[in-house]
Design a protein around this ligand. Structure first.
Ligand code: BV8
Length: 248
């Protein structure tokens, strides 16, 4: 008889909370996409050449070397275009169809929640599949979807002004898009928040669980390791999200 994984007893509690919830908000990070083959930011897979993702995901890095930053994002677009939703994404998508009120606030830019059919996804940090004119030229829309793989030229250029394009993601030091922030401010007014696969070190995303708790939500963390949020939630399930959510 294999011993029950440590999360077994907690799964029962989460199941009953899900059954009773009237408004569920899920917050996800890179860990939910790990089983799909998408490298996380801080794990060993988070290295690209000799750089850390967090060194390249900044406006300064882009200003200094747009070619290098675009090679990083082109590498991630190509890699993610081969990745598919895993059982954790599929479980969240099922919740989005079944729960009376549901929001998925994701820090991920891979688009796998949408690919899994999840309803009401808030892209808190943008998307690899969105483009913006880096000059914010007046003829270009604020952002648009561009799934061309590979990109026709490197670095890609704005079709409206021939200036540089930039990936439609939120870099460190950049503000969260106001629409996403407003959606999140509504979504934290929930009765149950489940935080999945995030090191809870990036702000303001990492403060969403505290905002939910302040408004009376029951808070749950599902993560492969303990994080600064583990001691702040009502229920922590430590293990691989794709296994834990498959058990649910
Ligand atoms: C901003 C898009 C201000 C790009 C990303 C306090 C308040 C406000 C801001 C700050 C603050 N303190 C510091 C800041 C600045 C900064 C910040 O938080 N820095 C950190 C490093 C301390 N925040 C910002 O800059 C934000 N903007 O504050 O603006 C402002 C306001 C007005 C006007 C101007 C400016 C913007 C942050 C957004 C950055 N962009 N992504 C891209 O992707 O290329 S962040 C990026 O890194 C991801 O989106 C993600 O959010 C983050 C990585 O975090 P995780 O998702 O948690 O991933 P990680 O690898 O770290 O962890 C994975 C976890 O999964 C691990 O715990 C692992 O154990 C677990 N795991 C692994 N496998 C599994 C698993 N779990 C379950 N199952 C598995 N199988």
């Amino acid at each position: 008889m294999t011993p029950n994984p440590p999360w077994q007893e907690a799964v029962g509690e989460l199941k009953s909370r899900l059954a009773r919830s009237r408004k569920l908000t899920v917050v996800t990070g890179a860990g939910i996409s790990a089983a799909s083959g998408v490298p996380t930011f801080r794990g060993e897979g988070g290295l690209w050449r000799q750089y850390r993702a967090t060194d390249l995901a900044t406006p300064e890095a882009f200003r200094q070397d747009p070619q290098l930053v675009w090679e990083f994002y082109a590498w991630r677009r190509e890699l993610v275009s081969q990745c598919h939703p895993n059982p954790a994404h599929l479980a969240v998508a099922a919740w989005s169809r079944r729960q009376p009120e549901f929001t998925c606030i994701t820090q991920n830019v891979d688009g796998l929640h949408e690919a899994a059919g999840t309803r009401n996804v808030v892209r808190f940090h943008g998307s690899l599949w969105e483009m913006q004119c880096a000059e914010a030229c007046r003829d270009a829309p604020s952002s648009w979807e561009d799934r061309r793989e590979p990109l026709p030229e490197m670095p890609p250029r704005c079709p409206y002004c021939r200036g540089l394009l930039r990936p439609g993601v939120v870099w460190f030091g950049e503000a969260i898009p106001s629409a996403a922030l407003q959606a999140a401010q509504q979504a934290v007014l929930c009765d149950l928040m489940v935080v999945i696969g995030t090191a809870s070190q990036v702000y303001p995303a990492a403060s969403l669980v505290d905002a939910a708790a302040t408004h009376g939500a029951y808070t749950v963390e599902i993560n492969a390791e303990t994080t600064p949020a583990t001691s702040r939630v009502n229920l922590a399930l430590t293990g691989p999200a794709e296994q834990i959510l498959a058990d649910l």
